[in-house]
Ligand binder design. Structure first.
Ligand code: NAG
Ligand code: NAG
Ligand code: NAG
Ligand code: NAG
Ligand code: NAG
Ligand code: NAG
Ligand code: NAG
Ligand code: NAG
Length: 384
């Protein structure tokens, strides 16, 4: 009798616990479930890690044969205050869902940046996270890099996969400096009543020598040495060299055109390059009158030559694409807007959006930035 009651009681208890666990699990899972609407949007556009080659009009189309094959080995050299974080999050989203291995500084779990530290052929074992787990620890044959690091093609070729594409983004050096001036607090040490006075003074004095982010910062990240900043011949050589080494240079001022060109260059689908704007800061920026403009252009001479050169090649490249490019661009803009509305009910991401809590994993990936990076870091991080 006693054992029968005991068994009943046990079964009852077990039921309660199981029910409780099931309910608990449901409630945590439900929070991250996409709505049916988002689900069908994702399916319709084949938005999860499409492995298909690009075929027609940038959009996968099974009834059209592929015209190119996807390129999944990419170095994106991240310049400063240029929209680089937005491009970076495209790379992290793309690579994360396809299990690609990134160049990431092991000891920098905040963002993986190497910045201005020297990179040599020995750096991978000393400094990088290993490739994603394949059983053994490997430090050769990375698929992607999207961090702040000084460009050195030869060194990168020694640990990237063969056939890697090299890409960067440039911004009009006048506006780039203005943004860096505020963000990196380059005004510290300048004397003046207004931000405009301070910026003007900055272009006339030697304070820039105290920072890597002050003068010709885009050229510097792309490998121009400080001692050549005023050397016209060296700058020209540097630009010619980059022309050979870089497969594509995006231009901040033409961002949508840039990412469509990126999709075409890498044979990615347009869905792959949908983006959310990262770090658009509206802190008070100095107004630029013609004197200030002139002075910055002189001060940032190497960057001006660099930018003008690659702005020209950018438009030549677009011309070579033919009229289909403009159809892709139109289609991309629709998709960009549609995706933002599906995920955020707005054309841009809301400021209070917290990744990992809202809507769905799919939409979280568009929140990008640190959330995406942390996921990439965690997946690739292991003792070796
Ligand atoms: C796919 O290709 C077929 C055949 O060329 C074409 O009729 C159709 O409109 C294309 N679909 C899309 C979505 O572009
Ligand atoms: C993409 O194209 C490459 C080269 O033509 C081919 O080897 C590969 O199988 C294609 N991939 C898919 C998913 O169609
Ligand atoms: C990514 O890198 C790994 C390791 O080098 C390589 O085996 C794999 O083919 C690469 N993936 C692609 C899509 O190229
Ligand atoms: C950045 O924000 C400013 C105002 O905060 C806005 O006017 C501007 O259009 C934004 N830029 C982009 C590229 O969204
Ligand atoms: C970039 O080049 C185009 C075409 O030559 C030109 O119209 C445009 O003004 C340039 N943009 C900037 C920001 O210099
Ligand atoms: C963006 O999408 C929203 C929601 O579908 C629509 O109301 C709006 O007109 C679109 N805007 C543009 C510029 O296409
Ligand atoms: C989307 O935003 C609009 C305007 O801000 C608001 O009226 C509407 O209720 C929102 N829709 C959803 C589903 O949140
Ligand atoms: C996202 O989640 C945060 C924290 O739960 C909340 O404060 C915010 O309102 C949510 N935003 C959207 C767009 O749902």
């Amino acid at each position: 009798m006693g054992t029968c009651e005991e068994t009943k009681y046990r079964v009852y208890l077990l039921c309660m616990v199981t029910c409780f666990l099931i309910l608990l699990r449901r409630s945590t899972v439900v929070q991250n479930q996409p709505t049916p609407e988002i689900k069908s949007f994702i399916t319709r556009h084949n938005l999860i890690a499409s492995q298909s080659n690009r075929s027609y009009n940038g959009v996968q189309n099974k009834s059209q044969p592929a015209i190119c094959s996807r390129q999944d080995n990419v170095v994106f050299i991240k310049t400063h205050k240029t929209g680089g974080s937005t491009v970076q999050s495209i790379m992290y989203r793309y690579g994360y869902i396809r299990d690609l291995s990134f160049v990431i500084r092991r000891t920098n779990e905040n963002n993986g940046h190497i910045r201005f530290m020297e990179v040599t052929k020995d750096s991978p074992t000393k400094m990088f996270l290993p490739l994603l787990d394949t059983g053994t620890c490997s430090f050769r044959g990375y698929n992607m890099s999207a961090i702040h690091v000084v460009h050195d093609w030869e060194i990168f070729e020694s640990f990237m996969n063969p056939g890697t594409k090299y890409i960067t983004i440039l911004r009009d050096p006048v506006f780039q400096l203005r943004s860096a001036f505020m963000f990196f607090r380059l005004y510290i040490g300048t004397i003046g009543k207004t931000a405009e006075d301070k910026l003007l003074q900055y272009t006339k004095r030697n304070l820039w020598k105290l920072s890597n982010y002050g003068k010709n910062s885009q050229s510097k990240v792309l490998g121009l040495k400080t001692e050549y900043f005023e050397d016209e011949a060296k700058i020209k050589l540097f630009i010619n060299q980059l022309d050979i080494e870089l497969d594509l240079v995006l231009i901040h001022e033409y961002f949508d055109e840039s990412v469509v060109l990126l999709a075409r260059e890498l044979c990615w689908n347009l869905e792959d390059v949908v983006y959310t704007i990262e770090n658009n800061r509206s802190n008070h920026k100095p107004n630029l009158d013609s004197e200030l403009l002139d002075n910055i252009r002189k001060f940032n001479h190497a960057d001006v030559l660099l930018y003008d050169h690659f702005n020209q090649t950018f438009w030549k490249r677009i011309e070579q694409q033919g009229p289909m490019f403009w159809r892709d661009l139109e289609e991309f803009r629709k998709l960009q807007n549609k995706t933002m509305y599906k995920c955020f009910n707005s054309s841009t991401i809301p400021e209070d959006y917290v990744s990992g809590h809202n809507i769905s994993d799919y939409c979280d990936r568009y929140a990008g930035g640190n959330f995406l990076f942390k996921n990439v870091f965690t997946k690739q991080n292991r003792p070796c």
